[in-house]
Structures are given as structure tokens and as C-alpha cells.
Design a protein around this ligand. Structure first.
Ligand code: NI
Length: 136
């Protein structure tokens, strides 16, 4: 990690007030930490937009009683065994399952995999948490 440098920025008064409010509501102890996190978030978004190699976690919520759904999800994941690093299956109740899939690869490939999974009949929710090293 490089050394910390003190700097100043020019910002509208109401925006600064908003920053103070957001910082106090956040888990960060001061606005410098809050702003650093915003910058890193923007860097991750940039990497995803530039189709660089990124990591993410796909969360699927689905009804395993839907015909052939479990088999289709397994097949789709096997088709992408190079990108999928691990997955965890949780039985939420009698009918509903949650599956968390950790994935790594070019952003466009990951988006394609998420969209394929999302389109299957019986999927109640499909989300992706995007991340990356932020170093490119
Ligand atoms: Ni289950």
C-alpha cells in the first residue's frame, strides 16, 4: 500500500453535508475512508466495463421442484467449469434453495453466465456481487 497523502477538494456545501451524513451512516470511521472506498468501487466498475478479468459471487434463489431446474443449473455450471471456482448450496426451506457461486474470468463471460442462469424457469432471484483487485 502506498503512503497516505493529505489533499483538499472543492465541493458544494450541500454535497459536503451529504457526505458527512453518508459517512456517519456507513461503517467507515471518517470521510477519508468513505471516499477511498468510493474510488475503489469506481475502479472495480471500470474493470468490469473494460472486460478485464474480475471476480464475483452469483447468488441464486430458486424452487428446486421446478421441472429439470436443478439439472439445468448443474449443466450450465459444468459448461463453465473454468470460470466457476466453487459453489455452496443451502436449503432455505422445503421448496426454496439458495446457491452461491464464486466465479472468476472476463467480465463479459461472467455477465453471460449470470444471464443464462437468471433466465431459467424457477429462478426467483439472481444477483451478482462484482469485485476485482482494482489493480490493472
Ligand atoms: Ni436445496
Amino acid at each position: 500500500m502506498s503512503k497516505l497523502i493529505r489533499t483538499s477538494i472543492t465541493i458544494e456545501e450541500d454535497l459536503l453535508e451529504k457526505l458527512e451524513q453518508l459517512t456517519s451512516k456507513s461503517q467507515f470511521s471518517n470521510r477519508s475512508e468513505f471516499i477511498r472506498d468510493l474510488i475503489r468501487g469506481a475502479m472495480v466498475e471500470e474493470e468490469w466495463a473494460a472486460n478485464e478479468e474480475v471476480v464475483g459471487t452469483i447468488t441464486l434463489i430458486f424452487d428446486h421442484h421446478k421441472r429439470e431446474l436443478t439439472n439445468k443449473l448443474t449443466k450450465l455450471q459444468h459448461n463453465h467449469h473454468r470460470e466457476i471456482l466453487a459453489s455452496t448450496h443451502i436449503h432455505l426451506d422445503h421448496h426454496i434453495c439458495a446457491e452461491m457461486i464464486m466465479i472468476k474470468g472476463p467480465a463479459s463471460t461472467i455477465n453471460e453466465i449470470v444471464n443464462n442462469l437468471r433466465q431459467q424457469v424457477g429462478i426467483i432471484h439472481a444477483g451478482i456481487t462484482m469485485s476485482s483487485t482494482g489493480i490493472s
